[in-house]
Ligand binder design. Structure first.
Ligand code: G3P
Length: 217
């Protein structure tokens, strides 16, 4: 399972990248706004900086919601760097645009996916990545992990080549369960990635080893 970080914060991207386990980055307009990045030029420059920092796929989301406008914006985003993957929302014009991008050699990430039906449409259109939002499904009283399991099964049975990119991750346990359920990629905030490191018995064990090492020093 590949690890992407879900942020536009350069310090956090650097920290995850320095760990040596980072395979890519996902962003969205909310994450850009959180970093105070305003205007198309600043947003495009920010994507360029991220592409220069991380050797992996970088999802850059379109703001447009109408087919021709999505295509025009997506072409500009794809021209920023070879690793840009154009993130397109799961709407009717979005599906149409994903098919256009697929036919024209531009890779896409279909975002805001909440059901198997939506994921099947995105896979048929040729999306490179499909992003089910598991945390937001949990927030609405359903079980987001069931969708990952269902997609993993459907994609295997049907031989779909799109990668299941589990998004809206809220905890280290989400990451572990995504690995178990067969997600191809998980995109996570830094906190949940670092949470995987933690175990009290590791801390207790290390303290004891270091204490004992002093005795034989
Ligand atoms: O990048 C999309 C997704 O990961 C959003 O997560 O936490 O806003 O539901 P969240």
């Amino acid at each position: 399972m590949k690890f992407f970080i879900d942020t536009a914060n350069l310090d956090q991207i650097k920290e995850a990248n320095d760990l040596g386990i980072l395979d890519g980055v996902t962003t969205n307009p909310s994450l850009m706004a959180k970093e105070g990045i305003k205007g198309q030029e600043a947003v495009f420059n920010h994507y360029k900086t991220i592409c220069e920092m991380v050797n992996g796929d970088i999802s850059a989301e379109v703001i447009a919601t109408e087919f021709n406008a999505i295509v025009e914006e997506g072409k500009k985003l794809a021209a920023i760097h070879k690793n840009i993957v154009v993130k397109v929302p799961m709407i009717k014009d979005g599906v149409k645009a994903i098919k256009w991008f697929t036919d024209n050699g531009i890779r896409t990430n279909c975002t805001l996916v909440f059901s198997a039906g939506q994921a099947i449409l995105a896979a048929k259109a040729g999306a490179a990545y499909i992003s089910p939002f598991i945390g937001r499904i949990d927030d609405s009283g359903w079980d987001g992990m069931l969708l990952i399991e269902q997609l993993s099964h459907i994609f295997q049975v049907q031989g779909y080549t799109s990668e299941i990119l589990a998004a809206s991750i809220r905890s280290p346990n989400h990451i572990i369960r995504c690995a178990e359920a067969g997600a191809d990629v998980v995109t996570s905030p830094l906190e949940s990635i670092l949470g995987l490191l933690k175990h009290p018995l590791t801390d207790i064990g290390l303290a004891k080893f270091l204490e004992d090492a002093k005795k034989s020093a």
